[in-house]
Design a protein around this ligand. Structure first.
Ligand code: UDX
Length: 445
């Protein structure tokens, strides 16, 4: 079998991870990125975002020439047997997905693809989009939807040791060819994991072929369900606050039921990132367009939107007016293990505190640069924890390992006597602060 050539359009989290991994699985891979700064980073053998293990695999693939970074569709697409569209789908102001890059990439590729090319959609799109994209392509090109389930922070691991790969389309042979790419990747996965310096896994993933529209719906449904679990846990957390229960104890026991599962029942400041907020609003928009009631997701969305404000209210209940009080938010990435700050609850909390007149400072071990533009002007960003002393409140908004390792003594110089430690991600054991001069506030405990 001759070596196949793949062109990956867009070098975001999904595109760059996919391209870099396939370049280690006997494919020749072009990664097409129009942004010069991002492209130069990749050419020099690194990613422009923080992601465990990815730099080592980019560097080796670029050095050996199996990964070819370019900004040119003309150079890459005509040479490709398979084209992966991994372009961004930002939010429209009404919450629906902006599909201009999805259609733009298809239009730009349409005239360049040879007959028989498989055009694979990896960008998350509303159900029904594939049929519209197909209208732009020549009849000899096959269209397959192949949704992506990787999480930021564990993108390399998730892509190598997947639970399932889904491919959906009208042409069953093309669907099988796409699944075969992952079978080939699977046969190289331990070697790649070793090179990336990440743990190996043993998961034997499922290969699932579906109808085109089912594949599109699977992706948003999976993310919406996880978001629903989080908002449900947060509703129970608010009730726990009222009735003096501990939501962590509740969810540990509830999640022990195999039918329910413990994952994604961690209450706290709510979900953020590039996927959940967008996929939830995308599913709501698709439902409205089709005249279908999706109140359940609307409720999940509004509970999530209320959590940063709820946490600030808890702080005000505890220390009174925030005007002029020194408070610090630790953790601005939307979760640990990433420098991504899109829709980050930590940033939202910092901005609300600022709007209440507090003197707000903030710190993140990886995401200060990304957070800067979204923080209100008055908020001071620190490069380390050293300047954080004598604060009325410290809010932990991201579960970074370095924060997890803190105990009461670490917070003593940061917080004034009688001040509050606000654990907005419920990572500490509340009883471990009972002997200290600070008060512990969790979410639902
Ligand atoms: C998610 C999906 O998990 C992944 O399968 C999909 O491909 C992309 O979207 P990601 O956005 O990287 O991945 O992060 P994830 O780990 O799912 O967390 C999303 C948000 O939910 C984070 O803000 C996280 O802190 C929050 N979260 C997660 C909770 O608040 N509670 C939980 O129990 C779990």
């Amino acid at each position: 079998m001759s070596q196949k050539t793949i062109a990956v359009l867009g070098a975001g989290y999904v595109g760059l991870t996919t391209a870099a991994l396939l370049a280690h699985a006997e494919y020749k891979v072009y990664v097409v990125e129009p942004n010069a700064e991002r492209l130069n980073a990749i050419k020099s053998g690194r990613s422009f975002f923080f992601e465990d293990g990815i730099d080592a695999i980019i560097k080796k693939a670029v050095d050996t020439g199996t990964l070819i970074p370019t900004d040119s569709y003309e150079q890459s697409v005509p040479d490709a047997d398979i084209v992966f569209s991994c372009v961004g789908t930002p939010d429209n102001p009404d919450g629906s997905s902006n599909l201009s890059y999805v259609f733009g990439a298809a239009e730009q590729s349409a005239q360049l693809m040879k007959s028989g090319t498989i055009y694979v959609q990896k960008s998350t799109v509303p159900v029904g989009t594939g049929k519209k994209v197909m209208e732009l392509l020549n009849p000899g090109v096959h269209y397959v939807s192949n949704p992506e389930f990787l999480r930021e922070g564990t993108a390399v691991y998730d892509t190598l040791y997947f639970d399932r790969v889904v491919a959906g389309g009208d042409d069953s042979e093309s669907v099988e060819s796409v699944l075969d790419i992952y079978r080939q990747l699977e046969s190289h996965r331990d070697t790649i994991a070793e090179l990336a310096g990440i743990p190996t896994g043993s998961r034997k993933g499922l290969y699932i072929s579906t109808k085109l529209n089912s594949a599109e719906l699977i992706k948003v449904t999976a993310n919406a369900f996880l978001a629903l679990k989080i908002s449900f846990a947060n509703s129970i957390a608010i009730l726990s606050d009222h009735v003096d229960a501990d939501v962590v104890e509740v969810m540990d026991a509830v999640g022990a039921d195999e039918r329910i599962g413990r994952a994604f029942l961690n209450a706290g400041r709510g979900y953020g990132g590039g996927c959940f907020p967008k996929d939830v609003s995308g599913l709501i928009s698709s439902s409205i367009e089709n005249g279908v009631d999706m109140d359940v997701m609307q409720a999940a969305q509004s509970i999530n939107a209320s959590m940063p404000g709820y946490i600030v209210e808890k702080i005000r209940d505890s220390i009174g007016s925030l005007a002029g009080k020194k408070v610090a938010v630790l953790g601005l990435a939307f979760k640990a293990g990433t420098s991504d700050t899109r829709k980050s609850p930590g940033i939202k909390i910092a901005n609300i505190l600022d709007e209440f007149g507090a003197e707000v400072s903030a710190y993140d071990p990886q995401a200060n640069k990304e957070a800067k533009d979204d923080l209100n002007d008055g908020i001071v960003l620190y490069d380390s924890l050293d300047p954080i002393e004598d604060h009325a409140a410290i809010i932990i908004a991201t579960e970074w390992p370095e924060f997890r390792s803190f105990g009461a003594q670490d917070f003593e110089s940061m917080i004034i006597d009688g001040g509050v430690l606000v654990d907005a991600v419920n990572i500490y054991n509340p009883t471990s602060f009972s002997e200290s001069n600070l008060r512990y506030i969790g979410v639902g405990r």
